[in-house]
Design a binder for this molecule. Structure first.
Ligand SMILES: Cc1ncc(COP(=O)(O)O)c(C=O)c1O
Length: 381
């Protein structure tokens, strides 16, 4: 049967492909963004306990009340905002699901959505499935900052939404307070919605602060902020996240969520709620923990032929290989996985029109020994 695909150019994601190649060649896998060390024992025990105690049936559609209460408490603690857990917080099976639901719920046929390239690969397919059109605005080469004039020029009467992601995957760039004020002005002036992907909200380095859309009153009214327990608690395989938005936007988002995912996994939600109640300061430990790993990896790369692009947040480090090769990043990435046994992620798939640059993304959420072995290999290239 000839199936006219709705997403003809979409193949298997680069993350899945590189991890499969890494497995096949037993390569050191610094490609996909997840820790290779265990999550806190108390969290894992809580999951087992809740399942053994029989909490294995559907959770409420909007999420377990205990978890929504903990999310509200955490947002109060870290961001000094107080969303209503009943009307404004929705637990979803992973940030990706939250992003998909928000876009499907809010983007209409013919709407334009501004994406800042390079960007996480799930945004555009969701926009297209919603009947919208993605308008790609490149971040500034090198610094990966937003060029606000360029963004302003990309807006039209059809623009419905801007998607931001800070700290930013794949570059590690972080939006400043001044950026958020610019965004607030533009969103208000042009009456735009904002989808704010904040899954790395606790991973900022060198004393930097995260600025959430929830902290800017005019953005708060027109934004859906998306978070991931997977990233914060080191359990990406649990695929659980949450969306925070004002009641009217939340109501629309839930209309899609209830027919897409319906609910998140019950014992996972209860385990997270227990752990958050017992360890409310756990997220505050993450920046120092991951900054040490970033520095260990970067220090071990001194003397290599790579140029390190500064990583202000996330658990990704970009390495510029311009002094080593002119080959395209996706080709080199595969070649080095096979020949040198080291897997990373090319950044060109994060762009609609990749610029001339030679960067690979390495994930440093790995055990020290893996990071040092990886750096040793890289120093010989
Ligand atoms: C920027 C960004 N957004 C969203 C996600 C997805 O998070 P989750 O695993 O909770 O769906 C990721 C995961 O890598 C990410 O890097």
């Amino acid at each position: 049967m000839d199936i006219a695909s709705k997403l003809p150019e979409v193949g298997t994601t680069i993350f899945t492909r590189m991890s499969a190649l890494a497995r096949e060649h037993r390569a050191l896998n610094l490609s996909q963004g997840f820790p290779d060390f265990p999550a806190p024992l108390a969290l894992r025990e809580a999951l087992a306990r809740h399942s053994l105690e029989g909490h294995n049936q559907y959770a409420p559609m909007t999420g377990e009340p205990a978890l929504r209460t903990q999310v509200a408490a955490q947002l109060q603690r870290f961001r000094d905002v107080s969303p209503d857990p009943v009307a404004e917080i929705t637990i979803v099976p992973g940030a990706t699901a939250g992003i998909f639901c928000a876009i499907m719920a809010l983007v209409r046929e013919g709407d334009e959505v501004v994406l800042l390239d390079p960007c996480y690969d799930s945004y555009e397919p969701a926009v297209r499935l919603a009947g919208g059109r993605a308008v790609h605005v490149p971040l500034v080469d090198g610094s990966f900052a937003i060029d606000w004039d360029l963004l302003g020029n990309a807006l039209s009467s059809r623009t419905r939404m801007i998607v931001i992601n800070s700290p930013h995957n794949p570059t590690g760039a972080v939006l400043s307070h001044a950026d958020m004020e610019e965004l607030q002005d533009i969103a208000e002036l042009e009456n735009l919605l904002v989808l704010s992907d904040e899954v790395y909200e606790h991973l900022l380095y060198d004393g930097r602060q995260h600025h959430s859309v929830l902290q800017y009153p005019a953005l708060r009214q027109r934004s859906v902020a998306v978070f991931s327990f997977g990233k914060t608690y080191g359990v990406t395989g649990w695929k659980t996240g949450y969306c925070v938005a004002p009641p009217a936007l939340t109501a629309e988002l839930r209309k899609v969520h209830q027919y897409n995912c319906f609910v998140g996994v019950t014992p996972v939600q209860l385990a997270l709620a227990d752990f958050m109640a017992a360890e409310p300061d756990y997220p505050a430990t993450l920046a120092a923990f991951y900054q040490r790993k970033r520095d260990l990896f970067n220090h071990a790369l001194e003397g290599s032929r790579f140029t390190l692009r500064p990583s202000a947040g996330t658990y990704f480090q970009l390495l510029d290989y311009g002094a080593i090769s002119d080959a395209p990043d996706h080709q080199l990435c595969e070649q080095w996985t096979v020949e040198h046994g080291i897997a990373s992620i090319p950044i060109s798939p994060f762009y609609q029109a990749p610029p001339q640059q030679h960067c690979l993304r390495f994930c440093f959420a790995k055990q020290d020994e893996q990071l040092l072995r990886a750096a040793e290999v890289l120093c010989k290239i």
